[in-house]
Design a binder for this molecule. Structure first.
Ligand SMILES: Cc1cc2nc3c(=O)[nH]c(=O)nc-3n(C[C@H](O)[C@H](O)[C@H](O)COP(=O)(O)OP(=O)(O)OC[C@H]3O[C@@H](n4cnc5c(N)ncnc54)[C@H](O)[C@@H]3O)c2cc1C
Length: 392
């Protein structure tokens, strides 16, 4: 008789590992599978915000943190103006391959079994209290499934929720690594503690340069409709940055990936098959941050399933509805406001120019990295009557 897992988690990025760790720690039998062998490369800026570090609920090992971030510098469209904001802790830059491998280890430590090199292929049937699923390494049976398999999720497609999104609902981001000696990293990035964000002349676009120990992660993201323009923009952006740092420009070889623009698209899954992270469409459309939303949705999905399995009268088939309600309460309000801000600011150069009239908006960048309710708090503050205007 084939074993029936309480939970099979498909995809071992931050969303899947967090879900697997949470569920295993609460006593479920959990199988975490990924199509890749680990550690595997992952295209990412590797900035784990302070709010993501808090959501993780684990201390990152010292070897994993490349640079502790305490400041943000916003560079204007003409490159000449830079505004800096500091805070005691804004996050860590990390190598994503190493972070994801660490999170898998933590899930295993909590009791989950990890099966690398196993791709999810299809759901065979969903009857009699368990689901059969086909993978490249054989068939499995589970009482529930979490699809954490990224923005082109096969689990979402198996549920009929994975149709490709139009370009205006999607972002494309490119990133590349550049070697830079540690003392130069420290000079350029204010002791290695500041991340640089660049306002670029494309809708919703911004560029970044994040300090690592002896490397810089640079990249840019924009709406996917501008995809054709991005490689050239990236080449010019990388060249300009290197010249401004006083180094001879070397060609960069960026890798790219599509991201869902959160706030419009939300795919919670169906019945006892839940979608989390990028697979659920949970990425901040203003900042491009996805790791925080992956961790939180992974945790919410696992907690929902644990609750359903433990509570008589809460059938497992109601899990998707309960999980969707939890995401709406905690995450979607935030993503919708981020989307409104992204649309209203248009290109980030408008956002940058508005800072001279509304300097408090710079504080919003720090809030986005530290406060899970950043956009809602900013909206409340904007609605509060200000001090009476001075006359004369
Ligand atoms: C260029 C770029 C830069 C970014 N920079 C940042 C940043 O600095 N900070 C930030 O917070 N966010 C950033 N993001 C967003 C962030 O990378 C994602 O939001 C985050 O990785 C989502 O995590 P996830 O676990 O949902 O999915 P993923 O990390 O994509 O993990 C999905 C996993 O599923 C596996 N998988 C896929 N299909 C299958 C299958 N059929 N069967 C089994 N396994 C499968 C994959 O191998 C993968 O391991 C960036 C994104 C891009 C593209």
């Amino acid at each position: 008789m084939q074993h029936i897992w309480d939970l099979v988690v498909v995809g071992a990025g931050p969303a899947g590992s967090q879900a697997a760790r949470t569920a295993a720690a609460r006593g479920l039998s959990v199988l975490l599978l990924d199509q890749e062998e680990f550690p595997r490369p992952k295209t990412c800026g590797g900035l784990v915000s302070a709010k993501a570090c808090a959501a993780l609920g684990l201390t990152l090992p010292a070897a994993l943190g490349e640079r502790r971030i305490e400041g943000v510098r916003l560079v204007g469209p003409d490159g000449e103006t830079a505004l800096a904001q500091t805070a005691p802790f804004l996050g860590w830059t990390v190598d994503r391959a190493a972070l994801d491998a660490f999170l898998v280890e933590e899930a295993v430590r909590a009791g989950a079994e990890f099966r690398p090199g196993a791709a999810f292929l299809s759901i065979e049937n969903a009857a009699s209290g368990h689901i059969s699923l086909r993978t490249s390494r054989g068939n499995l049976r589970a009482r529930a499934i979490i699809g954490a398999d990224g923005s082109s999720s096969s689990v979402a497609r198996a549920l009929g929720q994975g149709r490709s999104l139009p370009a205006w609902r999607t972002a494309l981001a490119l990133s590349a690594m550049l070697s830079l000696p540690a003392p130069r990293v420290e000079e350029v990035f204010n002791g290695g503690r500041t991340v640089n964000l660049y306002c670029l002349p494309l809708p919703y676009a911004f560029g970044w340069a994040f300090p690592y120990r002896e490397r810089v992660n640079l990249g840019l993201g924009a709406w996917a409709g501008a995809a054709k323009a991005l490689p050239q923009l990236m080449a010019g952006f990388a060249r300009q940055l290197q010249l401004s740092w006083g180094i001879t420009p070397q060609a960069v070889h960026p890798r790219g990936a599509y991201l869902p623009a959160g706030g419009l698209t939300f795919r919670p899954g169906r019945s006892q098959v839940l979608l989390v992270g990028d697979a659920a469409g949970l990425v901040d459309p203003f900042s491009g941050e996805g790791i925080y939303f992956a961790l939180r949705s992974g945790q919410l999905a696992a907690e929902t399933l644990v609750g359903c399995l433990a509570t008589a009268g809460a059938p497992l088939t109601s899990a998707a509805r309960l999980y969707a309600a939890a995401c709406r309460r905690e995450l979607l309000g935030e993503l919708r406001l981020a989307l409104v801000l992204a649309i209203f600011t248009g290109t980030k150069r408008h956002f940058f120019r508005s800072l001279s009239a509304r300097p408090e908006r710079l504080e919003l960048i720090v809030q986005i990295m530290t406060n899970p309710r950043a956009y809602r708090t900013a909206l409340l503050q904007a609605r509060q009557p200000g001090p009476p205007a001075r006359s004369g």
